[in-house]
Design a protein around this ligand. Sequence first.
Ligand code: FES
Length: 106
Amino acid sequence: MLKLKIIGNDDTVYDLEVEEGSTVMENAVRNGVPGIVAECGGACACATCHVYVDEEWFEKVGEPEPMEEDMLDFAVDLRANSRLSCQINMRPEFDGLTVRVPDEQG
Ligand code: FES
């Protein structure tokens, strides 16, 4: 199991133990994290699973793939550390990852 911290849009902190291979979005939905809508169910077709990756982690998690980048254009309040949480698969190097849910989804 890997550690994942998600801060909801109401500032509630969710310290989760998650399975390798699961996505950040799946874990957010499963644990009822407020602010993750995930309308398309993880198909990279909605941008309502937008999160900000903690600055400390952004380099490790890396830049979005071109398809995700196109979809991110629909996200509200896009920042340099924006990612779609359904496109972040948990793997051992991401143990301890922290992401924050924006106030609003697109
Ligand atoms: S859930 Fe739709 S893009 Fe992530």
